[in-house]
Design a protein around this ligand. Structure first.
Ligand SMILES: [Zn+2]
Length: 374
């Protein structure tokens, strides 16, 4: 008996020492946006928010044609009241060429900070240029279409590859729900679908933790999953023409962004469904919106992840309830392309997911057919 106790004690103290040693060796750096302002008409507070973020000097505003009219010009007026008049670059598409265009302009004018005004494209480009020049940036979304509006993560396609950035999140986010509510409705449903995809992303993350010892954060995983659950619970209030919809979606996008900040990776919000979507971007460059593609991917991945047989139906029902696409047809992408993306998505990046080192064509067809995607 005595001996037993001694053994227990010595093994537990050894365990404690290892844990302590681990604790002294590890560190984590959580980078969060400093100011997030959401509400009706908050665009008029741009000057205050920027001053409150201690940003001074020459701004460079990156925007696209429609967002410029909707919000960009007002942002320029606001910023002109607190400092030098901003320089403006208008970009048409999210390409690496557009990033280079912004960088060339930045080289000329040596801005102090960047501002992205747009539905995602302009923000991604501003973010990448800001990371390259090691400058802060402000995100002014004109549509709640994906979680890139509040995170430091983004990527733009270039031919067969993608340029990715994992930089600091925006110093400030100014999300005016009056403007977001005016955005085309499909952009809002895409934002919702991007959040719903957290379900499969978190499950993939746990899987990678079990099989590949990828670091998993309970807090980040729980937050990402809860964000998806809360959005689905409130799906009755997500309706075209309701400004409240923009509130719900943008706050969920912020919450997802915070989960990524806590994790220090996009894992909480990006699993196999995102690999699938990136692969679709390559195979069908003029396919569908990012959020819509990951939503459909999420139905298939939930099926592949197995477990509760209802999982994939829940994802599909959630997408259906907010009016997001649930089939290849609705995405405007043909069945063959969907199957090709499913069997090759694992090659995109070194991120372990339910796709493992690839699934067979038969398995892909089965999964897509059972779930009604093709
Ligand atoms: Zn996404």
């Amino acid at each position: 008996m005595d001996i037993d106790i001694q053994i227990t004690e010595s093994s537990s103290s050894k365990c404690l020492r290892t844990e302590l040693e681990d604790m002294f060796e590890k560190s984590t750096w959580i980078r969060l946006p400093r100011n997030v302002v959401v509400g009706h008409g908050v665009l008029d507070q741009t000057a205050d928010v920027v001053s409150g973020s201690h940003l001074t000097g020459q701004p460079l505003v990156v925007t696209s044609p429609t967002p410029k009219e909707v919000a960009g010009d007002r942002v320029v007026e606001q910023l002109s009241s607190i400092g030098p008049r901003p320089e403006v670059v208008v970009v048409e598409k999210a390409t690496f060429g557009a990033v280079e265009k912004v960088l060339a302009r930045a080289e000329e004018i040596q801005p102090s900070y960047l501002v992205g005004v747009g539905g995602g494209k302009a923000i991604d480009i501003a973010k990448m240029a800001a990371a390259d020049r090691e400058l802060g940036f402000v995100s002014v979304p004109t549509a709640a279409s994906h979680d890139g509006i509040v995170s430091g993560r983004g990527s733009v396609p270039e031919g067969d590859t993608r340029h990715s950035v994992a930089a600091d999140p925006p110093l400030a986010v100014i999300a005016d729900t009056e403007i977001l509510a005016e955005a085309p409705w499909r952009l809002t449903t895409a934002g919702c679908a991007d959040i719903i995809s957290n379900y499969t992303a978190v499950r993939d993350w746990k899987l990678a933790n079990r099989l590949k010892n990828v670091q998993y954060s309970e807090y980040a995983g729980a937050l990402a999953q809860m964000t998806a659950e809360m959005l689905v619970e409130r799906s009755d209030s997500i309706k075209k023409g309701l400004e409240e919809s923009s509130w719900i979606v943008v706050k969920a996008l912020v919450s997802s962004g915070v989960a990524m900040s806590i994790a220090g990776s996009s894992r909480p919000a990006s699993g196999a469904e995102h690999l699938f979507s990136h692969q679709l971007d390559r195979l069908a460059p003029d396919g569908a919106l990012h959020g819509h593609q990951v939503g459909v991917g999420s139905i298939i991945m939930a099926y592949l992840q197995g477990g509760d047989r209802e999982n994939w139906r829940n994802v599909r029902n959630a997408l259906e309830s907010i009016g997001a696409p649930t089939t290849a047809d609705e995405l405007g992408i043909d069945d063959q392309t969907v199957l090709e993306a499913l069997t090759s998505a694992h090659e995109i990046r070194d991120r372990y997911t339910i796709l493992g080192d690839g699934i067979s064509k038969d398995a892909a067809r089965e999964a897509a057919a059972v779930t009604g995607v093709i």
